[in-house]
Ligand binder design. Structure first.
Ligand SMILES: [Zn+2]
Length: 474
């Protein structure tokens, strides 16, 4: 071996180790500048010795677009979908079936946060990533290797010797911070914004140019060995994911192994409280996957035609649903701000029936290209005001009407103006504007500014209608 070859091998190992600490463990082991220096050294040596360049070198993540896009890949073991549970009762029913089938309660469960991203299968041969594929129909997926190689928490080579062949399952996802950053960029460039992190993750792995995927900073949690030739055998799922961690794969540290169903339910309840990242995670979860831990018990339980009997996906109540946008109306707030809002075909979302949702302002509406008559995605999370996230363009039919801010206020007839450099339009009618007066009175009453209990919208409306109050001084 030449001196250059030795040094190249050494640098690759160092970079792999530091990248693992940074991207997988989230515990940087050296300053960025030092990492960059090592990386440049490797690049220079490889440039001087092109014959020594190998595909799993840390410098080779972003390659040229592949000649043939998204060829089909047959999974060595089917990628099943999971049956769903939507309530604690559903969990009870599932656990009963498991117990009946085994003739005893299972030895324990593993709870894993369910991330709403894109499922992926990674194939490693002797520790080197050779293929990445989408789930597809479960048997055959699409080859997305060139794009997945660019994701920095996906090891190109394991950090320890690995089995001859391994197919590993994981979920690619878009960190929330990345989602927001990219959408700001898209908007600034006048491009279409993405509706949610899941859409963006799925769109990002199907880019024609791997460099575009690389710029998106996707991340991954692996969660299962789907197929394996050689290497150790395991008694439990937990052991197998610990092994994945040892090899350098990211496995979500929030996962827990619990002894019984009561603790499963506790995990689920706690996870729902932090589903938007309240625990400090940079991802959204839409549920919890619960697996029987013992692999012998998993074998005993087996599969139905479409799903394993040993696992179930608990889904949190949906916070996004689609519905018809019937009309766009405006409201004049207490400070005179004019806000467009959507009149919707009512839909049950986030635990409530929603018939109206905010559209923020005209600029936002144009940016999202929302039109009257569109099928739209409505989001309601926690106590936040429901909002229209965006149109479902694939369901747009006919000629949906583009909405424009009216020139005059429909309540008072005064001009509506948008001050220079501001997104919000304003009604110039002052307190003559009944909509503004109504909002102002409501605000005033609700803040205890007036000693009138129960002065709700209805009362305010009635008083205004009857001409009983004209302005707040009354
Ligand atoms: Zn007005």
């Amino acid at each position: 071996m030449s001196e250059a070859e030795d040094r190249i091998g050494e640098l690759r190992e160092l970079l792999r180790k530091h990248a693992h600490a940074y991207y997988v463990l989230d515990q940087p082991s050296i300053p960025d500048a030092e990492y960059d220096m090592l990386y440049r050294q490797l690049e220079e040596l490889e440039a001087a010795h092109p014959d020594l360049v190998v595909p799993d070198s840390p410098t080779q993540r972003v390659g040229a677009p592949p000649a043939s896009l998204f060829g089909s890949v047959r999974h060595r073991a089917a990628m099943f979908s999971l049956d769903n549970a939507e309530s604690p009762d559903d969990l009870d029913a599932w656990a009963e079936k498991v117990e009946r089938s085994l003739g005893r309660p299972p030895g324990g469960f593993v709870c894993e946060l369910k991330i709403d991203g894109a499922a992926v299968s990674l194939t490693y041969e002797n520790g080197v990533l050779v293929r990445a594929a989408t789930r597809g129909d479960g048997s055959i997926g699409e080859d997305i290797t060139a794009n997945v190689r660019t994701i920095k928490s996906v090891p190109l080579r394991t950090i320890k010797p690995a089995p001859d062949v391994m197919e590993i399952r994981g979920e690619l996802y878009m960190p929330v911070s990345e989602f927001e950053r990219l959408n700001e960029e898209q908007a600034a460039a006048g491009d279409q914004v993405y509706i949610n992190p899941r859409n963006m993750a799925a769109g990002s792995v199907r880019q024609k140019d791997p460099a575009v995927t690389a710029s998106r900073n996707l991340a991954i949690w692996t969660y299962q060995i789907g197929f394996q030739v050689g290497g150790p055998t395991f008694a439990t799922h937990w052991e197998s994911v610990e092994y994945l961690r040892d090899l350098g794969f990211p496995y979500n540290p929030e996962s827990e192994r619990v002894p019984d169903l009561d603790e499963v339910k506790e995990f689920v309840a706690a996870a729902e409280k932090t589903r938007h990242g309240e625990g400090g995670h940079d991802y959204q979860t839409d549920g919890v996957v619960i697996k029987v831990d013992s692999l012998a018990e998993q074998d005993e339980l087996g599969y139905t035609a479409r799903a394993p009997r040993w696992a179930i996906a608990f889904k949190f109540p949906p916070e996004e649903r689609t519905t018809k946008l019937l009309d766009i109306l405006i409201n004049v707030g207490r400070t005179g701000n004019v806000t467009p809002f959507a009149k919707l075909d009512p839909v049950f979302v986030g635990g409530a029936n929603v018939g109206m949702a905010t559209l923020h302002n005209e600029k936002e509406l144009q940016r999202k290209d929302i039109r009257i008559g569109d099928t739209v995605i409505v989001r309601r999370a926690g106590d936040v005001i429901p909002e229209v996230v965006g149109p479902v363009l694939s369901e747009r039919t006919g000629k949906p009407r583009v909405w424009r801010m009216p020139a005059t206020c429909p309540f008072c007839g005064h001009p509506i103006v948008t001050p220079e450099g501001e997104a919000r339009a304003k009604c110039t009618g002052g307190f003559i504007c009944p909509s503004r007066l109504r909002e102002w009175l409501f605000y005033f009453a609700s803040r205890g500014g007036m000693d009138i209990e129960g002065l709700g919208y209805k009362t305010v409306d009635l008083l205004l209608q009857e001409g009983l109050i004209k302005d707040a001084a009354d």
